[in-house]
Every structure is written in structure tokens, then in C-alpha cells.
Design a protein. Structure first.
Length: 387
């Protein structure tokens, strides 16, 4: 068993064990990958304020996200094709999240279905929705969520169309993998993954296959998104979804203060400041840079979460101290999954928890809920003056 000290250790193992096309799908951004890179490098710009001689006994990372108790405010983000990073990936990740006491969010584009995850877990989980042109599908999916153990709907607003990720095209990303020479050469080094994959029946998009009519090609997320996602989605449709669902609604993909105010108007229970992990609008601000102005714009009237760029407990601490009430990890848990299955996701959560707990103590705080801007040293002009 290798000694895992940080998320980067899990990333390296993930890269070694998982077929190239799926690893690359997870760990890339769109176009030049500027936003993808800045999501992490901007976290590095912020420093933590070291405080000493403060009683650090009785610490707690416990908190709440949309009124649900969490062991730490770090949810697992919706990530498409997680069940290709490791067989039955979404079920394994949901179990690890449940054991740890943090929310798991299932993607519309998951391999394991809503029903699969519900059957294999006890606690409620969250479901991320893409709005499709086929509103019957949207209605049915919402009904399936109500029947299953889904306690919040996470509506993604920044992917009506898919931005290009160069590596996916170069790798010929598809599910199942096409038997081309480069793919077969790469697969020849991934025996553990192949063996495990042969042991599951879940090898396609479980929420879609058998549930949507008239889709010509389900092997490619890019083709399917182009054919099926509703390009006309707007705030009126967000309201319609909210009514159809009737439960807690989280809006994901807010990066602009004006949009944050509009999200407030439709009555979202929380918003997620996110640029889709740098996978959509390349050239957009990093999430952590966008967070401050959004906090100011909503003025505490809606709960704000942050996604994109979190790879450590120190990052979580920075986002919380800037005002976010919750955070999400996507790649970080997928690295754990690809490295070591369910135990790897648990490891990713454990690593982040320890980093958060230790850093919080060294900042002189004993509760994550007490973190605030005074715990940070933020460079002047960090949020930027953009004309
Ligand atoms: C889907 O959510 C993707 O980013 O590929």
C-alpha cells in the first residue's frame, strides 16, 4: 500500500491506473486551459494568517450545507463518467461520502444511475441536472429523483453547449472504448482496471440509456450534448424546474455578480460559484477570484458555495474564510477513485479533512464556522478591477 500524503499522490496513481482517455477527460480544461490552471494558481496567491498561543482543543469541522449537517463543508461535485475512472465509481464514491458524512452529488452524465446509487446507499444524496430539449426526459428524471433518495437538485447553468477539450478529441473519447491501435496499446498497461470493469454491468450512461428517445450516438458526450441539451435554457426555465422539483435547489455555474443576483430572484437555496473546473469558458475568472464580489453582491441573502480548483484543506479554508458556506471537490475525489476505488475516495476526504483541521488550528480557530476574512492575507486587488 503506497503512502498517500496528499491529493497529488492520488492523482499520480489515478493517471497510472486508468485508461488515458478517461484520465484526460477528468483532468483537463477547455481550449488553452488558462481558467483550469488559474483555478488552482489563484488559490496559491492567498496566504493564511498564522496566529499563536490560542487554545486549539475541542476543534470541529462540522457545519451545514443547505441546512443539512456535514462533517466538513466539502461535498463531492457532480462529475460525468465517474464510473469510467473506476468501475461502479459513482456507487463507491457515494458510499465513501456517506461514511464520511459529506454530500455526494450524482451527475446526469453518470455511469451508475440514480436508482443504482439509491439502492446502494442509506443517506440522501444530491442530483445534478442538465436541461435537455426533451422536457419529458427532464420531468421523468425529476420524478425519478423524488422516488429515489435525492434531497437536493443541483441545476448546472454553464453547460448548454460543450466547450472543446482538445485531449478528448485527440484521444477519441468514447464509451465504450473503440478498439483502435493507440487505445489497445494504452489498455495493455491497465490490467487492474480491465479486470474490475469486466466485473460490472455498468458501462454506459445509466441515467440516459433506456430513458431518452431519438439519440443517435450515446458513445460520445460531445455529440450527445450537442444534440440534446436545451440551448434556449433561461431564467424562466430555471423557475419552471424549481416548481417541478419543489425541493431544495442549488444553482451551479454562477461566476458573475449580476447572475448571482438573478439567482437570488428565482429563489435558489444556494448558488455554486463555479466555472465548471475550467472546462467551459476558457479565459473566465477563477472561482476563488470571483467569490469576493459575488459575496458582496448577494449580501448574505443566499447561501454561497464554491467549486473549481480545490485540491487541499488549505484551499477549503481559504474559500470558507472568503465567505463560502460550502465547497466541492471533483477531480480530487476522482483521483482517489481512480487510484484506489472507494478507499481512495475515503483517503481523499481524509487528506482534505486533516489539512483543513490542522490549518484551521494554526490560524487560531477551532471551528470552521468561525473562519472569516481576518484569517487570510489577500493580495491587494485580488478580485481585480476589470473594465
Ligand atoms: C461535463 O459535465 C463535462 O464537463 O464534461
Amino acid at each position: 500500500m503506497p503512502v498517500i500524503t496528499c491529493i497529488e499522490d492520488l492523482r499520480r496513481l489515478h493517471e497510472r491506473r486508468t485508461p488515458r482517455m478517461f484520465y484526460d477527460y477528468c483532468d483537463s480544461g477547455s481550449y488553452t486551459e488558462q481558467t483550469y490552471r488559474e483555478n488552482t494558481s489563484d488559490f496559491d496567491q492567498i496566504r493564511l494568517r498564522q496566529r499563536v498561543a490560542i487554545d486549539m482543543t475541542g476543534r470541529s469541522t462540522a457545519s451545514a450545507m443547505i441546512g443539512q449537517d456535514v462533517a466538513m463543508p466539502v461535498a463531492l461535485a457532480p462529475v460525468g463518467s465517474t464510473g469510467m475512472q473506476w468501475p461502479d465509481g459513482e456507487i463507491l464514491a457515494a458510499k465513501a461520502a456517506e461514511e464520511f458524512g459529506v454530500p455526494f452529488t450524482l451527475s446526469t452524465m453518470s455511469v451508475c444511475s440514480i436508482e443504482d446509487v439509491s439502492e446502494h446507499t442509506q443517506k440522501p444524496f444530491w442530483f445534478q441536472l442538465y436541461v435537455m430539449r426533451d422536457w419529458d426526459f427532464v420531468k421523468r428524471v425529476i420524478e425519478r429523483c423524488k422516488t429515489a433518495n435525492v434531497s437536493a437538485l443541483v441545476l448546472t447553468l454553464d453547460l448548454q453547449l460543450l466547450a472543446q477539450r482538445h485531449k478528448d478529441l485527440k484521444n477519441g473519447l468514447s464509451i465504450p472504448i473503440k478498439p483502435t491501435v493507440p487505445n489497445l496499446v494504452n489498455l495493455a498497461t491497465k490490467w487492474a482496471w480491465i479486470r474490475a470493469m469486466l466485473g460490472t454491468k455498468r458501462r454506459s450512461f445509466g441515467n440516459i440509456v433506456g430513458h431518452v428517445e431519438g439519440i443517435s450516438d450515446m458513445t460520445s458526450l460531445a455529440i450527445w450534448a450537442a444534440e440534446s441539451f436545451d440551448k434556449s435554457m433561461d431564467w424562466e426555465m430555471v423557475k419552471r424546474i424549481k416548481e417541478m422539483w419543489g425541493g431544495p435547489l442549488i444553482l451551479k455555474g454562477i461566476l458573475d455578480p449580476e447572475d448571482a443576483k438573478l439567482a437570488l430572484n428565482v429563489g435558489a437555496d444556494a448558488i455554486i460559484v463555479s466555472n465548471h473546473g475550467g472546462r467551459q469558458l476558457d479565459g473566465a475568472l477563477s472561482s476563488i477570484r470571483a467569490l469576493g464580489p459575488i459575496m458582496d453582491a448577494v449580501g448574505g441573502k443566499v447561501e454561497v458555495h464554491l467549486d473549481s480548483g480545490i485540491r487541499s484543506g488549505q484551499d477549503v479554508l481559504k474559500a470558507l474564510a472568503m465567505g463560502a458556506q460550502g465547497t466541492y471537490i471533483g477531480r480530487a475525489f476522482n483521483h482517489g477513485l481512480g487510484a484506489m476505488g472507494q478507499a481512495g475516495v475515503a483517503k481523499a476526504l481524509e487528506v482534505i479533512h486533516k489539512e483543513l483541521d490542522t490549518s484551521m488550528a494554526l490560524c487560531g480557530r477551532t471551528r470552521v464556522t468561525d473562519l472569516d476574512r481576518s484569517n487570510l492575507q489577500v493580495p491587494e486587488g485580488f478580485a481585480g478591477r476589470w473594465a
